[in-house]
Design a binder for this molecule. Structure first.
Ligand code: MG
Length: 331
């Protein structure tokens, strides 16, 4: 069995500005860049970008896993990583795929890293959204995502009214990050249906993302059948195992897939080939390394034209290539 030389570098990168969600403030992304090389020096990169509060392993668990590996690893090791380490599965498989693509084509992987898909732009929570959408619109974004469940519902519904009146013919996604009560979820869906029924407003509410906590699957099923506005599961389907479980329990609306923490790309691909899944692909604020691998998978598996939830660079440093080179030299 061929062995590939294995190296890894942990990183910490600060978000600018910090991200505000129902889970709290998130200001530093911690992850690990993986590097696999072959006997003639070709190099493939992968990234482990966990979000433990979303259902993946912790950064410490991922680091422990990397530390216990030998300097050389086989394909067998890569494809037998435990399901308890989904972000590791993704990172190692994508590094391996990156290297294999180089070996197969003998060309620079940058050339194959363009996606024809459209992207959603992330609006800031609360009132700031009212002033932020125009800039994104001018830059070509036609799908916006707005975090809800951050401020009191009366405040957010008032902003929602203003926002939906102001927006042109765009898609608007609301993301509650599992933070609504059952009553508030009803109120939001009712208000979304109201916008949907109002033919004078050009904006379209595409869906509400994860209104209720993961344990309240049945309530989300019920809400989903009561309103015209679609519900997308996100936190509920963080990993492939969860995705399969929700599908088996009958969920046929939208699934948000975060490739970087979903687990093995190989098995995700198999699941998509066997079932018709209405999916929205999304980032976990990984660096360019993980993002490129996730985008590649998204381009391959997208069966619809839903915009991708991959924000533009959220980090302080602008040039990802320079950042990557520095990360490697600094150690
Ligand atoms: Mg979400």
């Amino acid at each position: 069995m061929t062995k590939n030389k294995f190296q890894f570098r942990p990183y910490r990168r600060r978000f600018k500005p910090p991200l505000q969600t129902n889970h709290g403030i998130w200001d530093v992304r911690e992850g690990i860049i993986l590097r696999l090389s072959d006997e003639i020096g070709r190099v493939g990169y992968g990234e482990i970008a966990p979000i433990s509060w979303f259902g993946s392993e912790t950064i410490e668990q991922a680091l422990d896993f990397c530390h216990q590996l030998a300097d050389e690893i086989t394909q067998e090791t890569i494809f037998s990583i435990s399901d308890r380490l989904p972000a590791c599965q993704f990172g190692f498989e994508s590094a391996w795929a990156d290297l294999k693509a180089l070996e197969a084509r003998g060309e620079n992987p940058q050339a194959t890293r363009h996606s024809p898909l459209s992207y959603g732009g992330l609006l800031p929570a609360g009132e700031a959204a009212l002033h932020a959408w125009q800039k994104l619109w001018d830059r070509g974004y036609r799908t916006f995502k707005w975090k809800i469940g951050v401020y009191p519902i009366a405040v957010e519904l008032r902003i929602f009214d203003l926002l939906t009146q102001a927006l042109p013919a765009a898609f608007l996604r609301l993301d509650a990050n599992a933070g609504l009560s059952y009553d508030d979820a009803n109120l939001w869906l009712y208000n979304c249906d109201r916008i949907w029924a109002n033919a004078e407003l050009p904006v379209q509410i595409e869906f509400i993302e994860q209104p209720l906590p993961v344990e309240q699957f049945d309530q989300m099923q019920e809400l989903s059948s009561c309103y015209a506005t679609a519900i997308a599961l996100d936190e509920s389907v963080a990993t492939l195992a969860q995705l399969k479980a929700c599908y088996q329990q009958g969920w046929r609306r939208i699934f948000v897939i975060k490739p970087s923490i979903a687990g093995s790309p190989k098995r995700l691909r198999q699941f998509f080939q066997a079932n018709k899944i209405d999916a929205v692909f999304s980032s976990v604020f990984e660096t360019a390394v993980g993002r490129q691998a996730a985008l590649k998978l998204a381009a391959e598996l997208s069966q619809n034209h839903r915009a991708l939830g991959f924000g533009v660079n959220q980090f302080e440093e602008q040039d990802e290539q320079t950042w990557l080179e520095h990360l490697w030299k600094a150690h």
